[in-house]
Design a binder for this molecule. Structure first.
Ligand SMILES: *Cc1c(COP(=O)(O)O)cnc(C)c1O
Length: 381
């Protein structure tokens, strides 16, 4: 991406550069390139869709749009039906916790924690009065399925296991299909947070009880629409009267159109973002782009002397978590990148506390967007 100077022209239309020396366009002068794991860099088509006129959420034209988006989301995860709520990913996970609270097996759960977001799921469960067993691994580790199996052997069947597919804080991608296979063997239900794995790697929720996602990460739209994936028939045993109205996933799944007010710009923008994933071929091409760009970024960071927290074998390609150079705080690293024209993660408490920063390629970015940053980082370590 090249920054351009727009004129500095006087009222006579002539260049004003005789009066004032032309300034060399710098990255600082243009919008920074976003390498955050949400918000992400948006495609112009997505922002254009967002700015279209607002539609009434009960209008005849809106319902097919809403249903098409649900269908597209569902197709992305192997066909599991999608409910959409207005909110961020945390709301989707609260809806899961509310659903579990109403389950006859609410007390028969297992929580898998490998970082910040797994920890948040556990806290959300606790706030809903759920007290699952907990398996906790150090940052940078994936679920150890042998330990999970040992715990499953002690649990009565019919319970649940809840964890993050991609643990965004560490960049570790957990073995979802391995967990699903184990759960099946022991008669347990898997619940998985796919907020940051959807649209970065193939996600198949067909063997999962409940899954969650959100619009504002690698799907490439604005934050604000939360997804819960489930089969309505898997929820038939629940008494909806015990579930808060907004979190009634069964009702959301079986209603055509939204149950409550939805801002149409969020749905239009999401629909435009989903164009990229609309066919199996385009989805595969997008995942290939992320895999290649992420691998390139990771290798260049390694060449520059940085050490990714997630080992290559268990890393999600879309993000690298690493420590700033010796003696540099996360705040200083973030500010340095900002001065170079990049938004990078490090400001969240959980990263700053542990002195980690992150570069993510979840959004609309290419190699030429990230090369200048990688070139500079190669000179400072
Ligand atoms: C971002 C994220 C969430 C949700 O965070 P919000 O701030 O509510 O969008 C949940 N789980 C994971 C794994 C995430 O990366």
């Amino acid at each position: 991406m090249t920054a351009t100077l727009n004129g500095h022209r006087g009222t006579n239309g002539k260049s004003a550069t005789r009066e004032r020396a032309p300034q060399v366009a710098t990255r600082e002068a243009v919008a920074p390139i976003c390498l955050l794991p949400g918000p992400v860099a948006l495609a112009p088509r997505v922002t254009a869709a967002f700015h279209e006129p607002i539609m009434y959420h009960r209008a005849d034209e809106f319902l097919p749009l809403f249903e098409r988006v649900r269908g597209r989301l569902s197709a992305m995860v192997g066909g599991k039906p999608a409910a959409m709520l207005v909110g961020s990913g945390t709301l989707a996970n609260d809806a899961v916790a509310a659903t579990l609270r109403a389950d006859p097996q609410a007390d028969n759960g297992l929580s898998l924690v490998t970082g910040e977001f797994g920890g948040r799921l556990l806290k959300q469960a606790n706030r809903w009065g759920l007290r699952p067993r907990v398996l906790n691994w150090d940052w940078g580790h994936a679920w150890h399925l042998d330990e999970v199996e040992a715990t499953l052997k002690t649990m009565p069947p019919g319970g649940w296991i809840w964890g993050t597919h991609h643990e965004t804080s560490t960049g570790v991608l957990n073995d979802l299909q391995g967990l699903v296979a184990l759960a099946k063997k022991y008669g347990q239900r898997v619940i998985v947070d796919c907020v940051s794995s959807m649209a970065t790697v193939p996600v198949d929720l067909s063997g999962v009880y409940l899954g969650t996602g959100a619009s504002g990460k690698a799907i490439g739209s604005y934050a604000g629409i939360a997804f819960v994936f489930a089969n309505p028939s898997d929820l038939a045993h629940l008494d909806a009267g015990n579930i808060p109205t907004y979190f009634d996933i069964s009702a959301a799944l079986t209603t055509t159109g939204p149950r409550f007010t939805v801002p149409s710009p969020l749905i239009r923008a999401l629909d435009a973002a989903l164009d990229v994933f609309a066919s199996p071929e385009s989805l595969a091409a997008r995942l290939r782009h992320i895999a290649e760009l992420g691998k390139y970024m990771r290798n260049r960071l390694i060449d520059a002397g940085f050490e990714p927290m997630a080992p290559a074998a268990i890393a999600n390609p879309s993000i690298v978590t690493f420590a700033p150079p010796q003696g540099m705080s996360t705040a200083a690293f973030v500010a340095m990148c900002r001065a170079w024209g990049y938004l990078v993660a490090g400001q969240s408490g959980y990263l700053a506390e542990r002195n980690y920063v992150q570069l993510a390629v979840m959004g609309c970015v290419t190699q030429s967007d990230i090369d200048p940053l990688l070139d500079r980082l190669a000179t400072i370590h």
